[in-house]
Write a protein that binds this ligand. Structure first.
Ligand code: MTE
Ligand code: MO
Length: 302
């Protein structure tokens, strides 16, 4: 029962990574030659010199606690998760609350590539070539009402397919939240692919949030519900340890985790002795997003 979306991607499925990377360089060259014409505000979403990690790093070293807390558990067990059919309930302060079928969403969204840094709060990082669409476009589909201030997200909760939810590491289902202006920022995407292939289950199939200037745990996987609200929604890690994980959780090298420094990070795949590199403010996206927090004390609102 291959769905239409999967069929559409089949051709690219066959593209070897090396060919893919070469083609990407050609495209990057062409874009530079064209003086970024037509790329507009999105050009900065792909900072120069960002070299994506290989497929193996991205799909074999994961956090997806519904499948276990070891980095290799998601790769081992997430294959059990049924992702077809898939619906996303969009409700709360919207004009068109409904259960939106994944295929219907994909038929209306424009998928593009976004090469983003991913910085985990545990102080490791990688670079991921996502395919996805802007969350703002999906919210527009549902029609955000003027009273909405926040967006709440929920992950699938299906104990028979998720060995990790037997353990009370977190309260299930995994939930996350953003301020509406963060959610509608052009850098914020719903990812549906990696390297031009359907996103693997361990990375949050069939669609997961990606907010590149925030710690990785904000990028909630396998989303089944999106609710527009007028009050700040609860988030899983904040509920579990409010002194360690704030609602905002913007990447900030100047605000340490109570148990470790956030000033530097280990680049996954960088080699055992590659050492650590400095973590940039807002994970390198300060130019785009610092304005969202101008009036805020980032130490208080961590
Ligand atoms: N539902 C859910 N989403 C989740 C997590 C999780 O455990 N459950 N882990 C988060 C954390 S801590 C990180 S760093 C990223 C990891 O994404 P990746 O495995 O695609 O690199 O997913 C985030 N999204
Ligand atoms: Mo993380």
């Amino acid at each position: 029962m291959a769905n239409r979306w999967k069929n559409r991607l089949r051709e690219r499925d066959a593209t070897p990574e090396s060919v893919y990377l070469n083609r990407r360089k050609l495209i990057a060259g062409a874009v530079a030659g064209a003086g970024l014409a037509g790329i507009g505000g999105h050009a900065r979403a792909m900072p120069e010199g960002l070299e994506p990690n290989p497929w193996e790093d991205i799909t074999e070293y994961n956090n997806f606690y519904e499948f276990g807390t070891d980095k290799r558990d998601p790769q081992k067990y997430a294959g059990q998760m049924t992702t077809e059919p898939w619906t996303v309930k969009i409700d709360g302060l919207v004009d068109r609350p409904a259960d939106y079928a994944f295929e219907d969403i994909m038929a209306k969204m424009t998928v593009e590539e976004r090469i983003y840094r991913l910085r985990c709060v545990e102080a490791w990082s990688m670079v991921v070539p996502w395919n996805g669409f802007e969350l703002a476009d999906l919210l527009e589909l549902a029609g955000v009402q003027s009273a909405a201030r926040y967006v709440a997200f929920e992950t699938l909760y299906r104990p028979e397919e998720m060995p990790g939810v037997r353990y009370p590491v977190l309260e299930w289902p995994y939930v996350e939240g953003l301020r509406l202006d963060e959610a509608t920022h052009p850098l914020t995407i719903m990812a549906t692919g990696i390297y031009g292939k359907d996103i693997p289950n361990q990375n949050g199939a069939p669609l997961r949030l990606v907010v590149p200037w925030k710690y990785g745990f904000k990028s909630i996987k396998s989303v089944v519900r999106i609710t527009l609200t007028d009050t700040q929604p609860p988030t899983s890690w904040n509920r579990a340890a409010p002194n360690e994980y704030g609602f905002y959780s913007n990447v900030n090298p100047e605000v340490d985790h109570p148990r470790w420094s956030q000033a530097t990070e280990r680049v996954v795949g960088g080699g055992l002795f590659a050492g650590r590199v400095p973590t940039p403010m807002f994970n390198g996206y300060a130019e785009e997003v610092a304005g969202l927090y101008e009036m805020m004390d980032l130490k208080k609102n961590f």
